[in-house]
Ligand binder design. Structure first.
Ligand code: UD1
Ligand code: CA
Length: 459
């Protein structure tokens, strides 16, 4: 099978979204819908992948910086889908073969379906093969016109359709595979004499058929895949479909999801067997290893959670690593670049930022650990604060192995607490503590006997 060039149309504004964000950047399950289409494209056989951008092009191009080989063509004015393909014409003339055209707002297609389309197209040696499906409510889609023999004769856009045509439930999915010569010749012939004064790519169907070329509609059984996002309602439907698809795959592979309809896991996360995820969790771009437990209402983004870790209710974790058998939460916050080793315990209302915490160390309650390097077997009492910011710069705190830090302690960084030391409760440390010492920095207690009693009498 020859490798097609893949062209994604994404220049439209998406007026029906009523948004300042370009339509194709609206997220579906945490990722801009365009990225789902780009990921699909790179997973298919391809000679190159490019995107037609226009509305909000800077933003769209910026969002794609994770795809270094992606190419862009600019459509300065959005005059319709055929016009959009037209802006890549000079490039298409230089590449031979076939071109697969996808829409940036049809983001639920599965790889297997597109592969089946390509197989059909190449097998039949067609000039054009395009995907159709049946929708009980076809509103907004182009309708497939067929003659008495059942052969496709054209596509009619809804705006231009008669009442009778609007009743047709077979629709155009917006997914086409063209033989290059056929596409280029059709583009030259498409006119904008329709209700929307646009150049419709869908007109290529009728044009090529009239020229006697082979054009096939390729029906797809699962109509959820071709769901196009034109407004916010359709956006929510797309998210629901992708959520169900992803969660079903996870459950089939051995992941327990409690109330799966309340759990959002993006398709880019890897979740191992025997992971248990509670209701209301949101998980994106993360790897969760075997046997980890994620209790309800946790948000986990860009994290690596090792085997047997336990993330308790209501915790928020981003850009972090959680070691084997480590416990986090309830209600803990791991900010980016936090690395917790094996057997660590981070308890309720503890915030960790850009810090490493060594094996078996604990911070069980109410603390802020920022820009710190904490060794093994360290015990951090309740109400500990790294004062890491002087208003201009961030400074580092180092707490070496086996240190015991009493409750209500602040360390004014930069500062090192040496191995095996004790820090007395209520201390404010402003200088380094040598190994195996006791650091104590609080005013001595004075008891005034009977004073309270006298005060009470005065009142
Ligand atoms: C299009 C099809 C319709 C099909 C539907 C499937 C046409 C004329 N109609 O309609 O038959 O049922 O998709 O979802 O093709 N775009 C550009 N430049 C433009 C116009 C559009 O890049 O000038 C891009 C959009 O960003 C979008 C895609 O092309 O990603 C489709 O455009 P849209 O306006 O959403 O077309 P539909 O009305 O949905
Ligand atoms: Ca659309």
């Amino acid at each position: 099978m020859s490798k097609p060039h893949i062209l994604i149309l994404a220049a439209g504004q998406g007026k029906r979204m009523h948004s300042s964000l370009p339509k194709v950047l609206h997220p579906v399950l945490f990722h801009p819908m365009l990225h789902h289409v780009v990921d699909l494209s790179f997973s298919l056989p391809h000679s190159s992948v490019s995107v037609v951008v226009g509305h909000g092009k800077e933003e769209v191009i910026r969002s794609c910086k994770g795809y270094p080989t992606l190419q862009f063509f600019e459509q300065k004015e959005q005059k319709g889908t055929a016009h959009a393909v037209g802006v890549a014409k000079d490039f298409l003339k230089t590449v031979k073969g076939h071109v697969l055209i996808l829409s940036g707002d049809v983001c639920l297609l599965r790889k297997e379906s597109v592969e089946a389309l390509l197989e059909e197209h190449f097998g039949n040696k067609s000039a054009l093969t395009f995907v159709t499906t049946h929708l009980p409510n076809p509103k907004g889609y182009g309708r497939i016109l067929r003659n008495e023999k059942g052969s496709v004769t054209g596509i009619q856009e809804e705006a231009d359709a008669t009442e009778a045509q609007r009743k047709i439930t077979e629709i155009n999915a917006g997914l086409y595979c063209f033989e290059m010569e056929a596409l280029l010749s059709a583009l030259d012939k498409i006119k904008s004499g329709n209700k929307q004064s646009e150049y419709y790519l869908t007109d290529a169907v009728g044009i090529l058929i009239q020229e006697g070329k082979r054009v096939e509609g390729f029906p797809l059984a699962d109509n959820r895949e071709i769901h196009g996002v034109n407004d916010r309602l359709a956006l929510s439907v797309a998210e629901k479909i992708l959520q169900q698809r992803t969660n079903e795959r996870l459950m089939r592979s051995g992941v327990t999801l409690h109330l799966p309809e309340t759990i959002l896991v993006d398709p880019k996360s890897e979740i191992a067997a025997d992971v248990v995820i509670g209701p209301g969790c949101l998980i994106s771009q993360s790897h969760i290893h075997k046997g980890a437990v994620i209790e309800s209402a946790c948000r986990i983004h860009d994290c690596r959670i090792e085997e047997g870790a336990h993330i308790k209710q209501g915790s928020y974790l981003e850009g972090s690593r959680v070691g084997r058998d480590t416990k986090v939460g309830p209600y803990a916050h791991l900010r980016p670049e936090s690395h917790l080793s094996r057997g660590v315990k981070i308890g309720n209302f503890v915030e960790v930022k850009k810090s490493t915490i060594g094996e078996d160390s604990k911070a069980s309650h109410l603390s802020y650990i920022g820009d710190a390097e904490i060794g093994k077997n360290v015990n951090i009492g309740c109400g500990f604060i790294t004062c890491n910011y002087d208003g201009k710069k961030k400074h580092k705190t180092v707490i070496q192995d086996e240190v015991f830090v009493g409750s209500d302690t602040q360390v004014v960084a930069p500062l090192t607490v040496g191995r095996g030391s004790y820090v007395a409760s209520g201390s404010t440390l402003t200088k380094d503590v040598p190994e195996d010492s006791l650091a104590l920095s609080r005013t001595k207690q004075e008891n005034k006997l009977g004073y309270a009693k006298r005060l009470r009498k005065q009142k």
